[in-house]
Ligand binder design. Structure first.
Ligand SMILES: Cc1cc2nc3c(=O)[nH]c(=O)nc-3n(C[C@H](O)[C@H](O)[C@H](O)COP(=O)(O)OP(=O)(O)OC[C@H]3O[C@@H](n4cnc5c(N)ncnc54)[C@H](O)[C@@H]3O)c2cc1C
Length: 266
């Protein structure tokens, strides 16, 4: 599986908030700009990055504490800075290299946490730092069928993969969202079905609809299936277990827990 892309840009990019726009009830799009973004490679698909945010306590944030790389030792050193910026992971929703701009879609999930609440009120001119991580999606060109499964946090990744997949591939995308109004426009291969799964009711556990739909799906030829499972951690863990039991080769399953219900990212 991917998620450690050797072609990522080394070093950090200083970025500035240009504007923010509510795209659906639970999704806030923040556009970042800056000269550094003109040298950000365009990996496409689910290109992701580390985002270093202003401290939520209003105290001064030491962006100089951000290392050029995030190997284990660099990370441990970064943790020693009491005034370091908090770190979260996000996906490039759209990239305009000529303009030095990226759009990032943040799930707005209430008052808890740092990145979601920050995005809900981000103001033009705010300065942050990002670190390119390349892409996580591995294209298996010989796969007969592609399965993409995720929740709203995975929406930018899945829509980016659909946008960049070769037009001739066949597949199914299962995308769980809070409500039907969170649907976004899709530009994908004609042979791809996109199934939206709105929870609608807050008593429905995030990830449960996507996982149930995945379990109801019967691949014609498991050995030829390629799967990408991301989002609330029950999707990748439960989904992978299920597909492996059906006979899908482990090497053809990309799976990553994006977040965990009731637990803040460290
Ligand atoms: C490679 C990668 C790419 C990602 N790309 C995106 C992206 O493009 N857009 C995006 O919105 N997220 C994305 N995520 C997920 C995002 O990093 C997490 O949701 C992160 O925890 C949000 O940080 P926070 O500070 O808002 O909340 P945290 O401080 O981490 O958590 C605080 C509370 O909020 C809850 N929470 C966290 N995330 C969510 C959520 N999405 N929905 C509901 N409750 C939540 C937690 O369970 C916890 O109780 C990505 C994750 C990875 C690993």
């Amino acid at each position: 599986m991917g998620f450690d892309d050797g072609r990522k840009l080394s070093g950090v990019c200083a970025v500035e908030v240009l504007h923010r726009k509510q795209v659906t009830p639970h999704m806030m799009r923040v556009t970042f700009g800056g000269e550094d973004l003109k040298r950000l490679p365009q990996h496409g698909f689910d290109q992701w990055f580390r985002l270093f945010l202003p401290r939520p306590d209003g105290k001064a944030t030491n962006f100089d504490a951000v290392p050029d790389k995030l190997r284990t030792l660099d990370y441990l050193k970064y943790l020693t800075h009491g005034d370091r910026p908090p770190l979260r992971n996000y996906t490039v929703r759209e990239h305009r290299p000529d303009l030095g701009e990226i759009d990032v879609d943040f799930v707005v999930h209430g008052d808890l946490g740092i990145a979601g609440p920050w995005a809900a009120t981000a103001e033009p001119g705010e300065r942050l730092v990002i670190m390119d991580q390349g892409k996580g999606f591995d294209l298996h060109p010989d796969a007969g069928f592609h399965l993409l499964v995720g929740d709203e946090s995975a929406l930018p990744a899945i829509l980016g993969i659909l946008r960049d997949l070769p037009r001739g591939v066949r597949g199914l995308a299962l995308i769980e969202i809070p409500e039907m109004a969170d649907v976004q426009e899709v530009s994908g291969p004609a042979g791809f079905e996109v199934r939206w799964l709105p929870r609608e009711d807050s008593s429905v556990l995030p990830g449960s609809l996507a996982l149930a739909e995945l379990k109801a799906f019967q691949p014609e030829t498991p050995a030829e299936l390629s799967a990408y499972l991301v989002g609330e951690r029950t999707i990748p863990t439960g989904g992978r277990r299920h597909l492996v039991a059906l006979g899908v080769p482990k090497s053809q399953i990309t799976f990553v827990g994006y977040w965990r219900l009731g637990k803040a990212q460290a």
